[in-house]
Design a protein around this ligand. Structure first.
Ligand code: KIV
Ligand code: ZN
Length: 521
């Protein structure tokens, strides 16, 4: 749907002056799940998984995929190359610092992209200039301009970010942005890196830049929002930025990102879909939102909070009698969106021990996982084992099962585990591990079953390992449910993240510990 600004009736909040930008009523969606999102400890994906996510983002309709920070590691470099080959429509973007060797590396990684963008930038706040760069405001402008000009030697589409723009003085920020747009920046990203600004302040900042930098009204560059959620205001700040003239939103699936996360894609897409009076269109195929959310959550082992807007388990669940009664009479009484519009299939088939391969395949595909052949057979085998222990198998269960074969290539595997435990007795565990296919066995006692099992494991793997974090999460309800365990283990000065899922919580804990060990470098 294409509209001109003039044809749209903007009647919303008085304090947000809508800025008319010719032909710019489309909001570009820039997804940074694979860069800002993937930076989160424990969310790292391998290249094959990143390609899977990138293809799903393409199907979802995002305009730009930030595929990585190529200079940061050979893995990131390689992922940008492979994503560039695998994806056709979205622009592929690579992050750099305002440093020539970063830009050279990004340009090389982007060589196969059909549409490419280099995203370069530098910190502009007083504290970044003084403490991070030991520099001066004038020198930062020079470095910013030099980086944009250098990137322009490789690609036409150059995005500039002013890191910590949220805490940068508006007047100085406008000078930086004016200079980089003159150097050819096609997009100017205004990150609220620390998630500090309020929606009113962030909206005012975008408005100030729009009004003081000629390139925006002239249609030579667009402003982009990039908000973090430290104070829970990322989505509100992004909306305020857009209503004040920004035409690109930088977002992640499920709002994942460092610390409290980034603005979530699904919230921005659904805010503008449910408020057409705001006159902002995105290219997002909203029916792909839920499968994409499930896929990212499952591949990154990052649970979605049950009350998360749009994609949380409870987002469309009406539990109070009054609400249920109203929704049964007419869904519009308590529902502002149709769950089907975000891809939630409420006629979900309930999977049980009697379900066949086809039902399992269908359910996985609704959740964004398409598998066939031998891989499907393997997951189906595991599914039947689980269905023997559990009456109803949930979407979360099968996503765990589909991810479980990622451990097939692990060097250390749990062969068996037996634990005796109870009130008034010390727990005792015996464990068998396969290390490079050789069997090792041990036993130990502890003050609880997990303690005993991990002590037994440590008598086989004799390394200086410290358990830093241990979270047990039941996926849904019922004593037969599968428990998920997230762990962080410190080894050799680094913290490794591990995950395990099993109907037996002690086994899940040991599997999570072993998952960490398999990641040791
Ligand atoms: O939050 C931030 O400032 C960023 C930039 C590197 C774009 O992620
Ligand atoms: Zn960020």
């Amino acid at each position: 749907m294409s509209k001109t600004k003039e044809s749209v009736n903007f009647a919303p909040q008085k304090e947000y002056i809508y800025i008319k930008i010719n032909k710019m009523d489309k909001l570009f969606i820039f997804d940074t799940t694979l860069r800002d999102g993937e930076q989160v400890p424990g969310c790292q994906l391998n290249t094959v998984e990143k390609i899977q996510v990138a293809k799903q983002l393409e199907a979802l309709g995002v305009d730009v995929i930030e595929a990585g920070f190529p200079i940061s590691s050979p893995g990131d470099f390689n992922s940008v190359i492979e994503i560039s080959k695998a994806v056709t429509w979205p622009t592929i973007c690579a992050l750099t610092r305002a440093v020539e060797k970063d830009i050279d590396c990004a340009a090389e990684a982007l060589q196969y992209a059909k549409h490419k963008r280099i995203h370069t930038g530098i910190g502009t706040s007083e504290s970044h200039i003084r403490y991070k760069f030991n520099s001066t405001p004038e020198e930062i402008i020079e470095r910013a301009v030099a980086a944009v000009k250098y990137a322009k030697r490789y690609v036409e589409d150059v995005e500039f970010y002013a890191e910590d723009a949220g805490r940068t003085d508006n007047e100085y920020l406008a000078r930086v942005i004016e200079a980089v747009t003159k150097a050819g920046a096609t997009v100017c990203n205004i990150p609220d890196t620390t998630g500090f600004r309020t929606p009113y302040e962030y909206g005012e900042k975008i408005k100030y830049l729009y009004e003081h930098v000629d390139a925006f009204a002239a249609g030579k560059s667009i402003l982009s929002t990039h908000c973090h959620n430290d104070l829970g205001m990322a989505t509100a700040n992004t909306v305020a930025g857009i209503l004040n003239g920004a035409r690109q939103a930088e977002v992640t699936i499920n709002g994942i990102g460092e610390r409290a996360g980034n603005t979530s894609l699904e919230e921005i897409a659904m805010i503008f879909k449910t408020h057409p009076d705001l006159g902002i269109d995105t290219n997002i195929n909203t029916t792909k939102i839920y499968p994409t959310s499930r896929m990212v959550s499952s591949l990154m082992n990052m649970p979605v909070q049950p009350n998360k807007a749009i994609v949380g388990r409870n987002a469309f669940a009406h539990s109070s009698g009054i609400h249920q009664d109203g929704v049964l009479k007419n869904a519009s009484t308590y529902e502002i969106m149709n769950p089907k519009d975000v891809g939630i299939d409420d006629n979900a088939i309930v999977l049980t021990a009697r379900s066949g391969r086809a039902a399992l395949k269908h359910r996985l595909s609704v959740n964004g996982v398409d598998i066939d052949g031998e891989r499907l057979d393997k997951v189906y085998e595991e599914f039947l084992k689980l269905a023997d222990k559990k009456k109803e198998i949930t979407d979360d269960d099968i996503l765990v099962l589909a991810g479980a074969d990622r451990s097939a290539s692990h060097n250390v595997k749990l062969d068996y585990l037996q634990v005796t435990t109870g009130k008034g007795v010390r727990s005792v565990a015996s464990i068998g591990l396969l290390i490079a296919n050789e069997k090792f066995e041990s036993a130990a006692s502890g003050n609880g079953p997990v303690d005993a099992a991990i002590k037994a494991l440590k008598t086989i793997i004799k390394r200086q390992m410290t358990l830093r974090e241990f979270t047990i999460q039941a996926i849904s309800k019922g004593s037969d449910d599968m428990g998920k365990v997230h762990m962080q283990v410190e080894y050799d000065g680094k913290v490794y993240y591990g995950f395990g899922a099993n109907t037996d919580i002690v086994t899940a804990s040991v599997e999570a510990y072993i998952d960490c060990i398999n990641k040791f470098k």
